[in-house]
Design a protein. Structure first.
Ligand code: PMV
Length: 340
């Protein structure tokens, strides 16, 4: 391996799912129980530098300039092992990763982290892959990372094998001016992460009904996005989020991610839409923070109303983002934190 082309830097955005991925058919390959839909978040991204070093004995990982803890390192190492095995590489890597959004806010960073890691690792080997191939590879690190590789509004088709389970863009980022106003109601780390949650999803009696009906919601959400039909979009997105959380709450052991303030925000969002005509709906991932998806024209009003609800709510906001990209591989740089 040449010492000149073994380093690369890549950036990927986080994403928010409108039809959720919850539960796998195959945990090792992260083949999901159902197909899902998401949009990338322009303002929330991870930038990762990978350098393959022939004389290195072990992989290393820093996150935001500090040495990562053991569990993060093990997960990244397992993903690098997959890349090594599939691309026939036998050396170790130095990995430096920066999130521009505050860590520990419960905003999932694994999607942007593994999408940027995958693209940087592959590029540092001097290889080129199309979006589908990169998406399948990123999926092995974190399911939702498969969606962060592609740009804008993305569909991840579940597939039935490693090569057929990948995500693709179905509408570009400028297709519909939606904004994700994230009501951060808790900064605490989730006790049960999504990888563990996927493994217990099948223990809920509701999971099979959720999975069986996911295809119909996917068609509705896709149609709503393509036709910019906010009413259909809002109704289906909220139902899908509620169904996923119903599965979580009825799994063995049960998982409760909602907090009292999450419910206050969810009820308010429904009221603002039903009685005040604001184009806003909610969806929650594996955490208590509420993603308020709104038409760009209503985002400022939604922010003001959330602030008025409780002084405990912190707000992040993002427009629709692009896909994963390779950046010039400069020496480690300081990432600017997202302004709240
Ligand atoms: O990619 P993971 O394993 O972190 O799972 C993501 C699960 C949810 O965020 C709850 C839903 C989704 O589709 O993103």
């Amino acid at each position: 391996m040449s010492r000149n082309n073994n380093i690369a830097r890549a950036r990927a955005h986080s994403n928010i799912a409108f039809v959720k991925y919850w539960g796998n058919l195959d945990d090792d390959l992260r083949l999901p129980a159902n197909s899902s839909i998401s949009m990338n978040l322009a303002a929330l991204h991870t930038t990762t530098t990978v350098e393959w070093q022939a004389d290195r004995k072990t992989d290393s990982l820093t996150i935001n300039g500090a040495r990562a803890d053991k569990s993060a390192l093990l997960r990244v190492r397992a993903h690098l092992d997959e890349i090594r095995r599939r691309l026939e590489v036998d050396c170790r890597a130095r990995v430096d990763s920066y999130n521009n959004f505050p860590m520990g806010t419960g905003i999932a960073s694994s999607a942007s982290a593994f999408a940027s890691l995958t693209l940087a690792a592959v590029s540092a080997l001097g290889k080129r892959m199309d979006v589908r191939a990169l998406s399948t590879l990123a999926r092995l690190g974190s399911g939702s990372a498969a969606r962060s590789v592609a740009s804008g509004f993305v569909e991840w088709r579940s597939g039935d094998s490693h090569d057929t389970s990948c995500a693709e863009t179905f509408a570009e980022a400028d297709h519909w001016a939606l904004v994700d106003v994230i009501a951060v109601v808790s900064r605490s780390h989730k006790r049960v992460g999504s990888s563990a949650g996927h493994q217990t999803a099948g223990s809920s009696v509701i999971q099979s009904a959720r999975v069986d009906s996911a295809g119909a919601r996917l068609l509705s959400v896709k149609q709503a996005i393509l036709q910019r039909d906010f009413e259909l979009f809002a109704k289906t997105v909220e139902e899908d989020s509620n169904l996923m959380h119903a599965v979580m709450m009825t799994s063995r052991p049960p998982l409760f991610y909602w907090q009292p303030l999450s419910l206050t925000v969810m009820e308010s969002v429904r009221r603002w839409r039903a009685t005040d005509g604001l184009q806003v709906c909610y969806t929650l991932d594996a955490g208590p923070n509420v993603h308020c998806i709104c038409a760009a024209g209503d985002a400022e009003r939604v922010v003001d109303r959330l602030k008025a609800l409780s002084p405990e709510i912190e707000i992040l906001r993002s427009r629709v983002g692009g896909g994963a990209v390779v950046l010039p591989a400069d020496p480690p740089h300081r990432e600017r934190r997202l302004r709240k």
